[in-house]
Design a protein around this ligand. Structure first.
Ligand code: NAD
Ligand code: DAU
Length: 337
């Protein structure tokens, strides 16, 4: 089977490409990635010369390029991960989120329709459901109520994907996952940012009161879910993924400090994120039941493993934390305390 993975040079994409090549010996994988600030060719450097892997640098919103790849590579299935993915950046500069997440998704869906791709997996997020109060879980029936330009653009792309399934009878499956952590996550997201700042004795910026809750899942568990959803998901169906690991942000930050052996005095409370969602929590029972999927990683152990990975790959994140990153960091955190 020939599979097009978009965004394969990002955090989840690179973990997925590696897992797919290792566990699906019958697959040939084509990775289409524009290599934005978040994409990093280094993430998959070990696959250079792999006989079942090809990298194409390009934009998912370029219809001619996408059609050319689908045609020439005889693509059977698309796993669509490419996106602008960071909420804070969507607050600073929303336009590119619409271009990539909404228009780019439509371009891919159109190519898949015209060239009769047999399966299309739209990889989405629990953020499309908005925010929860102190109790309750997001199910697939929870109404969409996105809060940020990022989550609104993802909700838009989900609805387009489902509309293509409904109108054109395409085999489209949508997945919505909670917060991922693990190797190769760009150090602008909470966990890798706190690890890197801690290791460098820099302040750890906690938004608001630090009591916001996220539901954490190891990236490998998510990737296994994506393979299952592509292979066993019903057309037009949505599947939530999560690992029942709700934690307050401040708990995570304190845990990271303990794991890197640094004092809590590095914690710095800063101005809250505008429109900050209070709590996410996922009911993943449909995926467990219908896809025979279950998370394998336990949070505390897997977080320790993640910290260890960042310790051992210091060059990887140190190289990232130069250039564009410095400008973004100043815009996001400068004068925020
Ligand atoms: P990421 O930012 O690490 O990676 C995104 C990748 O997409 C990068 O390699 C980037 O270069 C590429 N890309 C961006 N714009 C592109 C374009 N126009 N054309 C081609 N490539 C482009 O993101 P991630 O955290 O790995 O997330 C991947 C997907 O999973 C996203 O769709 C995101 O919404 C979804 N998701 C993420 C999480 C999470 O916790 N990180 C949870 C649920 C769902
Ligand atoms: O829920 C899934 C989503 O998780 C994905 O769709 C997104 O792509 C991914 O970025 C993530 O979104 P969040 O906004 O939840 O993740 P982030 O790591 O940016 O923030 C996690 C929590 O930590 C959130 O409550 C904000 C807080 N935070 C974040 C940063 C970067 C801080 O307190 N300080 C920070 O510096």
């Amino acid at each position: 089977m020939n599979v097009l993975i978009t965004g394969g040079s990002g955090f989840i994409g690179s973990n997925l490409v590696r897992l797919a090549l290792a566990e699906r010996p019958g697959w040939r994988v084509v990775n289409l990635d524009r290599l934005t600030y978040a994409g990093n060719a280094e993430n998959l450097a070990d696959l250079e010369g792999h006989p079942r892997y090809r990298f194409v640098r390009g934009d998912i919103a370029n219809g001619e390029l996408v059609a050319e790849i689908v045609r020439s590579e005889r693509i059977d299935a698309v796993m669509h991960l490419a996106a602008e993915s960071h909420v804070d950046r969507s607050i600073l500069s929303p336009a590119i989120f619409i271009e990539t997440n909404v228009r780019g998704t439509q371009v891919l869906l159109e190519a898949a329709r015209e060239l009769r791709v047999s399966r299309f997996l739209q990889v989405s997020t629990d953020e499309v459901y908005g925010s929860l109060g102190p109790t309750g879980l997001f199910t697939e029936e929870t109404p969409l109520a996105p809060s940020s330009p990022y989550s609104a653009s993802k909700a838009g792309s989900d609805l387009l994907a489902l509309a293509y399934a409904h109108t054109f009878g395409m085999h489209v499956v949508v997945t919505r996952c909670s917060n991922n952590y693990g190797p190769y996550q760009f150090p602008e997201k909470l966990i890798p940012l706190m690890i890197a700042n801690g290791l460098e004795d820099k302040p750890l910026p906690v938004y608001g009161d630090g009591q916001n809750v996220r539901d954490w899942i190891h990236v490998e568990d998510h990737c296994r879910g994506l393979l299952a959803a592509l292979e066993q998901g019903k057309p037009g169906q949505v599947y939530n993924f999560g690992a029942s690991s709700e934690r307050r942000n401040i708990e995570i930050v304190k845990l990271v400090l303990k794991l890197v052996g640094k004092p809590e005095s590095l914690i710095q409370y800063v101005k809250d994120r505008p429109g900050h969602d209070r709590r996410y929590a996922i009911d993943a029972s449909r995926a467990c039941r219908e896809l025979s999927w279950a998370p394998r990683h336990r949070f505390e152990e897997a977080l320790a493993g993640t910290v260890q990975w960042y310790r051992e790959h210091r060059g990887w994140w140190e190289r990232i934390r130069t250039g564009e990153y410095l400008g973004y960091y100043e815009k996001q955190y400068g004068g925020r305390s």
